[in-house]
Design a protein around this ligand. Structure first.
Ligand code: HEM
Ligand code: HEM
Length: 201
């Protein structure tokens, strides 16, 4: 197994990080929308906190994994750009950096905007982390929670509802376009080696 990237393809580490983050990012949606639309944000429903907890947990997984993902990216070579115009390459780069930005902004604003109304910690059952308003950093920065929370919530909700789904769906469409229309290796080089055998052209 090739761990590092080569000029032809992403290695196992970059691939594992990509698919773990992608799964956590996408899976965070059904959980939060179950809370929003099925439980209608009813805090007294016994499922409210456990389901929202899963959303938090998946979001934190994204926020934690993006750090080694970016470090590994800087330590490695990148696969060569697939054949295409300068504009296409620019758009692909913009989309990738947009996705990296979302992988940081979404968990950060989710965590920073989750207030201390119900308890001092965010409980993940296996472990707990303090809510931002209950941390030493919050006290040191002398943040006014009443002003700060709506800003964080606003960014989290707008990016979560509109920006992230748009960029992610375009990204997925581009991957399938490359594979099924262009017939190049863009999708295959992010998949485990040998995946081409079962992925129909
Ligand atoms: C990959 C990271 C994340 C994504 C993509 C994401 C996405 C979303 C989306 C789409 C919504 C619903 C917005 C709406 O339609 O009103 C939402 C709400 C929310 N998120 Fe996240 N989120 C992420 C991480 C987090 C994290 C790490 C936390 C907290 C630790 C968090 C806490 C919340 C809370 C409290 C809500 C409000 C739920 C409600 O309206 O009752 N999120 N998030
Ligand atoms: C079914 C879902 C997905 C598919 C099929 C997919 C496919 C791909 C493919 C084929 C590449 C390689 C592109 C290239 O070689 O130029 C890639 C790269 C990338 N993907 Fe995804 N992806 C998916 C979901 C996601 C999600 C949800 C995120 C983040 C929220 C994401 C973030 C990225 C990033 C940042 C890169 C650039 C990697 C780099 O060059 O460092 N992907 N994806």
């Amino acid at each position: 197994m090739q761990f590092k990237n080569t000029r032809e393809r992403f290695g196992a580490i970059a691939g594992a990080c990509h698919w773990l983050i992608a799964s956590a990012f996408i899976l965070s949606y059904p959980f939060v929308y179950y809370v929003v639309y099925v439980l209608e944000r009813d805090r007294s429903n016994p499922l409210f906190l456990p389901v929202l907890n899963v959303h938090w947990f998946l979001g934190i997984v994204v926020g934690v994994l993006v750090i080694p993902r970016l470090l590994w990216r800087w330590m490695n070579i990148e696969p060569e750009e697939s054949p295409g115009s300068k504009v296409e390459h620019l758009l692909a780069r913009l989309a990738h950096w947009g996705l990296y930005a979302l992988m940081i902004i979404m968990p950060a604003t989710g965590y920073l905007g989750t207030g201390g109304k119900t308890s001092a910690t965010i409980d993940f059952y296996l472990f707990e982390i303090p809510r931002f308003p209950n941390t030493e950093l919050f006290r040191l920065l002398q943040i006014d929670w009443a002003t700060f929370e709506p800003i964080m919530d606003g960014i989290h909700h707008f990016s979560g509802q509109w920006l992230a789904p748009t960029v992610v769906l375009l990204h997925i469409a581009a991957a399938f376009y490359h594979h099924y229309v262009r017939g190049d290796t863009v999708l295959l080089r992010m998949l485990p080696e040998g995946a081409g055998a079962w992925l129909r052209k």
